[in-house]
Design a protein around this ligand. Structure first.
Ligand SMILES: NC(=O)c1ccc[n+]([C@@H]2O[C@H](COP(=O)([O-])OP(=O)(O)OC[C@H]3O[C@@H](n4cnc5c(N)ncnc54)[C@H](OP(=O)(O)O)[C@@H]3O)[C@@H](O)[C@H]2O)c1
Length: 254
């Protein structure tokens, strides 16, 4: 497979930036998308410098179809095509169920779930032109497997993404486009780092592998789903959480 042309949404920081870094480290052409052009350009310049690959910044709003179509047109014009879409952009503002407003619900659903649909739909024409089109969605353990107080809307959006990929995988199979999802556990992002050393240590101790995930752990899983070797894998998920969801014995309470 020649160097893949990749678009990662929500790649100005956090997990998306880690995914972009892994692909760029493997010599791929990578576009990092965020809502603001200068922020995306800054992340792209940093990744280009650290990996030596071609990395560009693209502005886009994942919940807006015209915006995402324009962003994908830009990527295709810059790279000469698109092989991989990583639909990663997502938000997680907390809101207790009893006081959650319709606006709270709509913002999370529009970004995380509708944003996945819009990003995927906008990328289909370009991915159809690829010899091996790949879509990798960033879901979560929260929603599909676990619950987290304050995140009922978030959990629903992340579970919804998995329902979406199962039907999408069947519809896209005729183009040899695969679509799969990574389900991260607790990943050490800039946002989580702000929670303080004590919280991070306690969280790490609750995970069987005794550490929080690195953004590259998710990038490596996304890279696998996008690889030539994963060409027969579609509509599937992989949990990347250091074993966080597994404990059920009394030992888990220690
Ligand atoms: N961190 C975790 O432990 C964890 C665990 C499980 C799943 N996840 C999932 O991983 C994904 C990334 O999470 P993260 O923790 O890395 O988040 P993050 O650090 O807050 O980064 C979010 C990214 O999404 C972009 N973004 C937000 N809203 C957008 C929109 N409407 N249109 C385009 N881009 C938008 C942001 O870019 P700008 O602000 O520059 O626009 C930023 O690059 C999410 O889907 C999340 O659900 C995270």
């Amino acid at each position: 497979m020649s160097a893949q042309k990749v678009l990662v949404t929500g790649a100005t920081k956090g997990i998306g930036k880690g995914i972009a870094k892994v692909f760029a480290s493997h010599g791929c052409d990578v576009a990092v998308l965020g809502r603001d052009q200068s922020t995306a350009d800054a992340a792209a310049a940093e990744l280009a410098a650290s990996t030596g690959s071609k990395v560009i910044g693209v502005a886009g709003q994942v919940s807006d179809k015209a915006s995402m179509s324009a962003a994908i047109d830009k990527v295709v014009a810059e790279f000469g095509g698109l092989d991989v879409l990583c639909a990663n952009a997502g938000i997680f503002p907390d809101a207790p169920l009893e006081s959650m407003s319709e606006d709270d619900w709509d913002l999370v659903m529009n970004t995380n779930l509708k944003g996945t649909f819009i990003s995927v739909q906008a990328a289909i024409p370009a991915l159809k032109e690829s010899s091996a089109g790949r879509i990798v969605v960033t879901s979560s353990i929260t929603g599909p497997v676990t619950g987290f107080p304050g995140w009922a809307h978030y959990g629903a959006s992340k579970a919804g993404q998995l329902g979406f990929i199962r039907t999408a995988s069947i519809e896209l199979a005729k183009y040899q486009i695969t679509i799969n999802a990574v389900m991260p556990g607790n990943i050490l992002t800039e946002g989580l780092q702000g929670m303080g050393e004590e919280y991070l240590t306690q969280m790490a101790n609750s995970i069987p592998l005794k550490r929080l995930g690195q953004v590259e752990d998710i990038g490596n899983a996304a890279y696998y789903f996008a690889s030539e070797g994963a060409g027969y894998v579609t509509g599937q998920t992989i949990v990347v959480d250091g074993g966080q969801i597994l404990p059920e014995s009394l030992e888990a309470l220690e």
